[in-house]
Design a protein around this ligand. Sequence first.
Ligand code: C6P
Length: 412
Amino acid sequence: MSTNGEQTLDVEAVRKDFPVLQRTVYDRPLVYLDNAATSQKPRCVIDAVSRYYEEINSNVHRGVHRLSMDATSAYEGAREKVQRFLNARSTKEIVWTRGTTESINLVAQSFGRSQIHAGDEIIISHLEHHSNIVPWQLLCEERGASLKVIPMSERGEILLDAYEELLSERTKIVAIGHVSNALGTVNPVEHIIQRAHARGIPVLLDGAQAAPHMKVDVQVLDCDFYTLSGHKMFGPTGIGALYGKEALLERMPPWHGGGDMIKSVSFEGTVFNDLPYKFEAGTPDIAGAVGMGAAVDYLDQVGLDAVSAWEAELLTYGTALLDAMDGVRIFGTAEHKAAVISFEVDGIHPHDLGTVLDREGVAIRAGHHCAQPVMQFYGVPATARASMAFYNTKAELDTLVVAINKAQELFA
Ligand code: C6P
């Protein structure tokens, strides 16, 4: 929605696009504040997936018949949408995956196994999701390389001086979350990339929690790899993408073998397909890709500048509300944050809190958020996390506070 070039967001209007937001839970209006786990889907995404199955379902890149040609063009059209969304130079740089986890594993297995050797180092940060820790640990174990971790501050920010000290001629890749799922910290990725590139080191950004909330331009960032999860950006589950600079992807070997990733196969040897197909073995999640394309169109139409501006307002409003409550402690107070509030309430285990809130219709996540090192840093097993999307309202945050008050009364 655009007026005079400035994007504004009509929250009540966009809420109508999401069927699930109209439902009740235990006879109360659903207040969905678990968007970092997965976002809700607008009608246009649901329709795109249904239409695919109702009208053109067939396999891609294989058929000479009409349905297969239509499915192929819908599937490849969706790839073009993701390319434009990220401002990648070419569709060769967009590899379909099952999501961020698979995208990072692809890079660890393909780039890592071919270019990381004994004695080499990989840099991540203390803020990472397990998906950006474990694939590198597996690789290090296999190759005899080591993992270096940039420490974080009490506020939940990466310590840049320590990063500088970790960079060395042994560093072969830096892999950093763009936005922390556990705390909401927006990391200074431009600086991180610039310092790594000064030494010729490639940088992977885990964009799972950034792409749904802010404009991402991979050419401006100049990152070497960027990962997306469709389900966190209003698309279906089971689909995502890896962006990689063409020159890097060209040099990387395939990681999965099978149909579609080959040009020719004989028992003497196989000639691999061109980019991006070299990394896409087997029948893909065609409907998922089509749905993700529809989600990208939808986000474009709502406007990511408007999304970011509204979510910043929600974050300020929600933080002030929780800060003012007795017995509530917020984890992660970085200067730059996405709309995530991780917190604990005195005397109430986050899981108990989550259960009480659920009965009030409020969905949050309680747990370690697949970021156990962050929990260890703060010395807690878990936190409660309210994570917002552009369809959330200030009134919903008021409801969250009322529900927390109820829990406090119950556990007093
Ligand atoms: N975080 C959360 O509740 P997948 O599961 O592959 O789509 O995404 C994994 C992932 C990777 N990086 C970050 C920063 C993430 O937040 C996630 C998923 C969810 O926070 C589920 S654990």
